[in-house]
Design a protein around this ligand. Structure first.
Ligand code: ADP
Ligand code: MG
Length: 204
């Protein structure tokens, strides 16, 4: 079972990955956006880590809802409300259970991803974070490793796409040939989930 500690670990491992990859994420965003994706998420996940330490939540759902609230209130760009919605909605779906199965998390994450699609009006193939999140949520029903592979493949698959949503869409055809920053950070989020999962023995 995935307990509250697992979810805290997921968030702190994500924060560390975002710190490590911030310059890369910002480089990707400088090609097809406004060069702030790395710093946006760094600020957001630093606030998540601080909030988790200050008022440790007592359930998996509460961890994700707190993290989502922090992202919404601290990240200025489009990605803040979108990632915030992802985590808040996923957390809400988990209810007040003290531990959940990987399958339950997969269903909750799918609901969170659907909420992101609704909020941003984007679909698969629009060259956004959804191109990593949609396949990852589906593959999480199989295993953590499958979710990781699906997220990475989804992020890579954004390279030849033309952006239809967000800032990159203003570039039209010139957005082709670049990896989407948000799909790349989404793959980091799922990699952190898989890392938290393997520390758990992958048994959930
Ligand atoms: P901003 O575009 O406001 O500068 P960020 O740079 O932090 O925000 O995030 C950009 C990322 O947000 C994009 O690479 C894309 O993945 C994601 N994104 C932007 N708009 C949407 C949308 N409508 N739906 C889903 N994801 C989106
Ligand atoms: Mg940006």
């Amino acid at each position: 079972m995935l307990d509250t500690d697992f979810f805290r670990r997921w968030m702190t491992v994500t924060a560390a990955a975002v710190d490590r990859e911030a310059a890369y994420l910002t480089d990707l965003d400088s090609a097809i956006g406004d060069a702030d994706h790395g710093s946006n998420l760094q600020r957001g996940f630093a606030a998540v880590t601080a909030a988790l330490e200050k008022e440790p939540p007592q359930t998996p759902g509460a961890v994700l809802m707190l993290a989502g609230r922090q992202l919404i209130s601290t990240v200025g760009g489009a990605s803040g409300p979108l990632y915030g919605t992802l985590l808040r909605r996923t957390g809400k779906e988990l209810g007040d259970a003290s531990a959940v199965t990987r399958d339950e998390l997969a269903r909750a994450l799918a609901a969170g991803v659907a909420a992101v699609a609704k909020l941003g009006g984007a679909a698969a193939g629009d060259k956004t974070m959804l191109d990593a999140l949609l396949p990852a949520a589906e593959a999480l029903g199989t295993s953590f490793e499958a979710a990781l592979d699906a997220a990475r493949a989804g992020a890579l698959a954004t390279v030849p796409l033309q952006a239809r949503k967000g800032r990159a869409s203003y570039l039209g055809e010139r957005s082709i040939g670049h990896q989407d920053p948000g799909a790349t950070s989404a793959a980091l989020l799922i990699a952190a989930l898989a890392a938290a999962g393997s520390a758990d023995g992958g048994a959930a």
